[in-house]
Design a protein around this ligand. Structure first.
Ligand SMILES: Cc1cc2nc3c(=O)[nH]c(=O)nc-3n(C[C@H](O)[C@H](O)[C@H](O)COP(=O)(O)O)c2cc1C
Length: 208
């Protein structure tokens, strides 16, 4: 098992390196247990995990992603569009399975302790579960790719998600040939990592 900080820095968003090989059920359950161990506002645990192995469902989603990719591409100027054309935004077809993580604002409501003034705290909690899942999968030497090129109504309809529950992430999961050392977007010249020093403020926004 790698060291904790190794996992943090080796984690990558994976799209092009999935092999499609099997993920044993016990490994999947360990990863989901790690997600479920995340902190949540008021211990609301507002997440659900939909494991999607069905090929037809994944194909339907992958087609939808391609349509949304085109919608985004149409908003770009020629130079950005040329760069974007070289970037793969999902590995839905190539990965072994998908896990869709949802947010149920009704879980534990109405008195969600700590959410009365910040409604988004529920959504933050789901994102922490997703990050736990991502890191656990990395520790298991698997890859994860977060896909957000979708309309929530489409995914809700495709998976029969109840009214009011929001799909927060479509995650592709599975064994990979390797993990890139540098994020895809950086390698392709889309955007680089900002130096930490530019982002750390001391004693207020202006203080550096
Ligand atoms: C909320 C969220 C949504 C994302 N959506 C996509 C996506 O639709 N397609 C994609 O290729 N990557 C997606 N990513 C991955 C980011 O592009 C990636 O995290 C970033 O480029 C840094 O790379 P790294 O995760 O390998 O460090 C998403 C990441 C987050 C956190």
């Amino acid at each position: 098992m790698p060291e904790f900080y190794d996992v943090i820095f080796e984690r990558r968003d994976v799209r092009g390196e999935f092999t499609g090989e099997a993920v044993p059920e016990e490994v999947l359950l360990r990863i989901l247990e790690a997600a479920h161990a995340a902190p949540s506002v008021g211990l609301s645990q507002p997440w659900d995990f939909i494991v999607v192995r069905d090929r037809e469902v994944r194909e339907a989603f992958a087609d939808h992603v391609q349509r949304e990719r085109a919608v985004f591409a149409a908003t770009l100027d020629a130079e950005r569009a040329a760069t974007f054309a070289t970037i793969k935004v999902d590995g839905v077809r190539e990965s072994t399975l998908s896990v869709v993580v949802t947010y149920d604002p009704g879980r534990g409501a109405p008195a969600v302790l700590g959410r009365h003034s910040i409604a988004d705290a529920g959504l933050y909690s789901v994102c922490l579960a997703i990050q736990n899942l991502w890191l656990a999968a990395t520790a298991e030497d698997l890859g994860v790719g977060w896909v957000s090129f979708y309309r929530e109504e489409f995914v809700a309809g495709l998976l029969g998600i109840p009214e009011g529950v929001r799909p927060v992430a479509w995650l592709c999961l599975g064994p990979v040939t390797h993990r890139q050392r540098v994020p895809d977007l950086e390698r392709k010249g889309w955007r680089g990592r900002v130096p930490l020093a530019d982002l750390v403020h001391r004693d207020g926004w202006r203080g550096r």
